[in-house]
Design a protein around this ligand. Structure first.
Ligand SMILES: Nc1ncnc2c1ncn2[C@@H]1O[C@H](COP(=O)(O)OP(=O)(O)OP(=O)(O)O)[C@@H](O)[C@H]1O
Length: 368
């Protein structure tokens, strides 16, 4: 401890000095005073700060279009958390963020990122969330092993099973997520194979999701055909739950074959394109540069025609998986697979016992 003295008889006397490392030397996610980044300064978190009962560190875990997320510590419960900070300018924005909070607060599921607390001041809303240390699903798929930007069938099945469990829970509560995508919104609870996934970012989630909405939002390359049509025709609406099922089909396709079913041109980068007309995420779509709009147009066309190519590996060897992807990527939302029918697909049912056993062992037991 700082100040302790070790005295060795007839020998030297040592005084222990607790050395506080300069921030520039710290790199690990779990260290309390890591290097500063300009964004963090702009966001107002540039050193350890106390927000409510939490100590929010300057360690940035990630940034989205509307939020920045820092590592936080809860000294009362001796646990770490992720502090998602959203800058709010108008009262209406506060209302929309609080909508996300209310939805999250009403949810408790092993595959949904839990919210612990919120703190609010004039400029920011801070959401304290369950910490995920495994990164996002996209990074996992592209870096996990030597399969070249895809994962093995067994892992893809286990991840799909978890995703469907979370969606079943949400859809039974009449909530749709509407922004499921691999790059940011599916996080891994911790590193390692057969990861536990957590759905994050409920900023576009919608209650009463059996109702048609005219406010299209989400990421273009994950939107279903009816969402794309509604995006371009303001009088058209779409329903959130079938939209989540479509996105699940896209995610499953990506996991198994390592490319996007519709956004697969070499320079098509519409993956990042977020569009929304009904939330604090408003306006992004409108401000796209031209070349992105072009790439985006192609992706939109492919989605509307619902043409999925299965010409490459590994589809020949995976007929049941392909049938499930096909059923989730049906253009007509009325006949598209639901979460229940996806869970009852041959691909899932053929290994249900093993899936359930692994899920119970690694997830349900960890929740208790
Ligand atoms: N609970 C968490 N634990 C660890 N990291 C997280 C957590 N939540 C978010 N992050 C990181 O922060 C990043 C941004 O978070 P999030 O996607 O929620 O922000 P956003 O601005 O709402 O996103 P978007 O750009 O999709 O609108 C994520 O991509 C992820 O890397």
């Amino acid at each position: 401890m700082d100040g302790d003295i070790i005295q060795l008889p007839n020998s030297l006397r040592f005084t222990c000095l607790h050395l506080w490392k300069e921030s520039a030397e710290k790199l690990s996610i779990f260290e309390a005073t890591p290097p500063l980044q300009p964004l963090q300064k702009a966001w107002g978190i540039n050193a350890n700060v106390k927000i409510g009962k939490y100590i929010v560190t300057s360690q940035c875990l990630g940034t989205g279009s509307f939020a920045t997320v820092h590592l936080a510590l809860d000294p009362e419960r001796h646990r770490q958390a992720a502090c998602k900070t959203i800058r709010t300018k108008k009262n209406s924005e506060i209302g929309l963020v609080m909508k996300e909070v209310r939805i999250l607060m009403s949810l408790k599921h092993p595959n949904i990122n839990e919210i612990y607390d919120t703190e609010e001041n004039k400029r920011f809303i801070h959401l304290f969330l369950q910490l995920c240390t495994g990164g996002d699903l996209f990074t996992y798929i592209t870096h996990a092993n030597g399969l070249g930007s895809r994962i093995c069938e067994a892992e893809a099945k286990y991840i799909t099973y978890q995703l469907l469990q979370a969606l079943k829970y949400l859809h039974e509560k009449q909530i749709s997520h509407r922004d499921l995508k691999v790059p940011e919104n599916i996080l891994l609870y911790c590193p390692g194979p057969y990861p536990r996934i957590l759905i994050a970012d409920f900023g576009l989630a919608r209650p009463n999701s059996y109702q048609e909405t005219f406010n299209v939002c989400g990421t273009v390359s994950y939107l279903p055909p009816e969402g794309i049509l509604a995006l371009d025709n303001k009088h058209l609406g779409y329903i959130g739950m079938p939209s989540d099922c479509w996105s699940t089909g896209v995610i499953l396709y990506i996991m198994l074959c390592g490319s996007h079913p519709f956004d697969n041109e070499p320079h098509a980068s519409s993956n990042w394109v977020t569009c929304a007309r009904d939330s604090h995420k408003q306006g992004t779509f409108a401000s796209l540069p031209d070349h992105h709009s072009q790439a985006d147009l192609k992706v939109k066309e492919k989605i509307i025609h619902g043409h999925v190519e299965y010409y490459r590996d590994p589809w020949i060897a995976l007929p049941d998986a392909r049938r499930l992807v096909d059923s989730l990527l049906i253009c007509d939302p009325q006949t598209r697979a639901t979460v229940h029918s996806a869970l009852a697909s041959t691909w899932i049912l053929s290994e249900l016992e093993d899936l359930e056993a692994l899920y119970r062992l690694r997830i349900s037991s960890a929740q208790v």
